[in-house]
Design a protein around this ligand. Sequence first.
Ligand code: ZN
Length: 352
Amino acid sequence: MKYSLKIFTIFGIPVELHFSFLLLMLAIYVVALFGLIPGIDVIIAILITLLFITVVLHELTHSYVAKSYGVEIERIVLLPIGGISAMKNLPKDPHQELRIAIAGPFINLVLAAVFYPVYLFYGSFLPESINFLLYNFVLLNLLLGAFNMLPAFPMDGGRVLRAFLAERMNFVRATELAASIGKQLAIIMAIIGIFFNPFLILIGIFVYLGADQESRMVMINTLLEGIHVKDIMTTEVKTVKTTETVSDVLKLMFKHRHMGYPVYQDGNLQGIVTFHDLSDIPQEQRDLPVENFMTRDLVVTSPEEEVSATLEKLNMNNVGRLPVLQNGRLVGIISKTDVIKALEIRKTRFTN
Ligand code: ZN
């Protein structure tokens, strides 16, 4: 993730600290050590550190269970509003998702259950500050466990809700329903946050955007399932030569209403040129060959690739089309428009 710092790796999972989190922690320690804000002392700073450790444990438990189901965990990122386990692929089996989701809050309950008796039986023998930390650590875990179980998808409780729904309807519908409940709860959280705690506003925004993004991703991946590049690519590929001028290629684009062309030299693919590359070139430079303006770092795909993977490449590289190569030979071209068309066709079939 951007702006985050890797602090350690555990079970092969990198744990990263977002800079906002780091700054917040530093600020708290500075405030505590210099007594800048009454009420925030070193004990409170330690309590906040304990909160941080608790969040790590919570995320690690999710990741540990997910890993046992073969789900790859890219990393765990800690933000001031909580942790995120970035999974490469999500489990589609509702039972697995349920267990992964519940594992986090469960560990909080376990921690509370372990430390509460310690507080209860030994608290009075311990120094007051340790006693205070112990009590608040138990409270913190109870609160974290309960808060995460709110059915606000994509929070843990929302994932449990989706898993529950997914056993009764198809996965896309279940996700949409869970996401819409999640968004409504996010709005309520933000409103409560205005009056009580600004952190809740942040969490509300985060939940809202997360619900939106994840439901869209599930929708797209499900709709594209089983479609390969060869099924939707354009096979009649018009190409241009590296030596053709900008104005000639622009004319070609207008004539054929086709906005991207692979560029060849002596039978070898050299790059790709799009309307976007050429449209802003001033008149006096339009006699120059297109090779001066084409994209040379080619991201390519193959006929057998799943379209969902290709779409990810298109988005990640922020390009509109990819050449399709088979054994080094150009066999087609696939554009975002092709993917969107396929999505629309599948969508009508899916919803009818
Ligand atoms: Zn969680």
